[in-house]
Design a protein around this ligand. Structure first.
Ligand SMILES: *[C@@H]1O[C@H](CO)[C@@H](O)[C@H](O)[C@H]1NC(C)=O
Ligand SMILES: [Ca+2]
Ligand SMILES: [Ca+2]
Length: 376
């Protein structure tokens, strides 16, 4: 049976609005899921896992295998490229999570709630292709996109040859196409490679892949609260890590979509697709780069949109769910489409989903031992 028609039905729903993964119709009230919502950005395209589960072959064996061997591995191996796995200390403190002026109400951006977060460490950069390759070289880890044999790419970035083979598009977000052979090593399809972009963020990594990598690095994913706290720095109630202006000092501070989405990308910020993880100024006083923009970043939390206004200490999100929270927006975000390159903004995907604009960075309670001995 060809799985795509059903996948597409589900994707259409997901694309159109923040709906339940398994629902074929939007579950949140039709008014929030209009069929032609021009603001829909395809942020939440997800795999329909039930189709793959039926075939019974989707055990994450590689994750388990690597976990057993983790202790024998030395993550800080010698390389001939500059490492970007350094972490910054995020001192504990409190902040207002979310916003009372949500742009996407259905995303659960609000209400604002008082949250305390313990001190932790966060990767200064998004995980790069080079860092991810070290992990794969050491463990033979196979990502979920490789296991499935496909991943989501925006058609603009796909070659004519690859485009010819694509028979489906996502209704309401026709630029999203499932591409056979797209994975972290082939971000734009089988005829692309990461050779020239080893210092760019790794893409097409599912939440499960991200967890596996972070564990191997003796790190973990940040919670949504940690991520947002780190994003906001010491700024209260601002849109971006540095404040409210998009381009302070007439400079570009992030990699987003300039021009007219999805038809023209003027790359005003210098990048039509991803930028190196080290690009752009530090986004706030913590010294973090590309929290906002470049690649979306997975967090450890399950997705939910109802938040109580009670104050919380180190919240970890709902106990269960269908989707995981991702933060920060990507190089595909434009103000008119997917205006989610804000600290309070959020979106979601199923834990086995992967896409050309989705990566991650890791967190840790303690600075890993190998980093004590290296320059940050
Ligand atoms: C991974 O292994 C390949 C093949 O041995 C090698 O060419 C490449 O440099 C390695 N990658 C890293 C990041 O060390
Ligand atoms: Ca850009
Ligand atoms: Ca980012």
């Amino acid at each position: 049976m060809d799985p795509w028609p059903r996948i597409l039905q589900v994707m259409i729903c997901l694309v159109l609005a923040r709906c339940d993964v398994s629902a074929e119709k939007c579950s949140k009230g039709e008014s929030e899921c209009p069929n032609d919502d021009p603001k829909s950005c395809g942020c939440s395209i997800s795999r329909d896992t039930s189709i793959y589960k039926q075939s019974g072959d989707l055990k994450l064996e590689s994750v388990d295998r690597y976990r057993q061997t983790k202790d024998k591995l030395t993550p800080a191996s010698k390389t001939d490229f500059p490492r970007t796995h350094g972490m910054v200390n995020i001192p504990g403190g409190s902040f207002f999570m979310g916003t009372n002026e949500p742009i996407f109400v259905a995303d659960g951006e609000g209400p604002e709630r008082f949250v305390r977060v313990n001190a932790f460490y966060l990767d200064k950069y998004e995980v790069s292709n080079a860092e991810f390759e070290l992990f794969v070289n050491a463990t033979n880890y196979k990502t979920e996109a490789e296991t499935f044999g496909n991943s989501f790419v925006m058609d603009t970035y796909v070659s004519e040859d690859v485009k010819k083979k694509i028979k489906q598009a996502v209704q309401g977000a026709p630029w999203w196409v499932p591409v056979d052979g797209a994975d972290w090593k082939h971000p734009y399809g089988e005829d692309s490679s990461t050779k020239e972009i080893m210092d760019h963020p790794v893409l097409h990594t599912s939440w499960n892949d991200a967890v596996a990598y972070c564990e191997w690095m003796t790190k973990r994913l940040p919670t949504e609260a940690e991520w947002e706290y780190a994003c906001r720095g010491d700024k209260v109630g601002r849109l971006f890590p540095w404040g409210n202006k998009v381009n302070p000092k007439e400079e570009h501070w992030m990699n987003i979509w300039h021009g007219e989405f999805p038809n023209s990308n003027t790359a005003d910020d210098g990048y039509e697709t991803t930028a190196p993880v080290t690009a752009f100024p530090k986004q706030n006083k913590f010294g973090l780069k590309n929290m906002i923009g470049n690649a979306w970043e997975w967090t450890s939390d399950w997705w939910g949109t109802q938040h109580s206004t009670e104050s919380k200490d180190n919240p970890m999100g709902p106990d269960r769910g269908a989707d995981k929270v991702k933060k920060g927006g990507s190089f595909m975000c434009h103000e008119t489409y997917c205006y989610r390159y804000r600290c309070a903004a959020r979106s979601q995907n199923t834990p086995d989903s992967s896409a050309v604009n989705l990566g991650f960075r890791c967190a840790s309670n303690k600075l890993p031992k190998y980093l004590h001995m290296e320059d940050p």
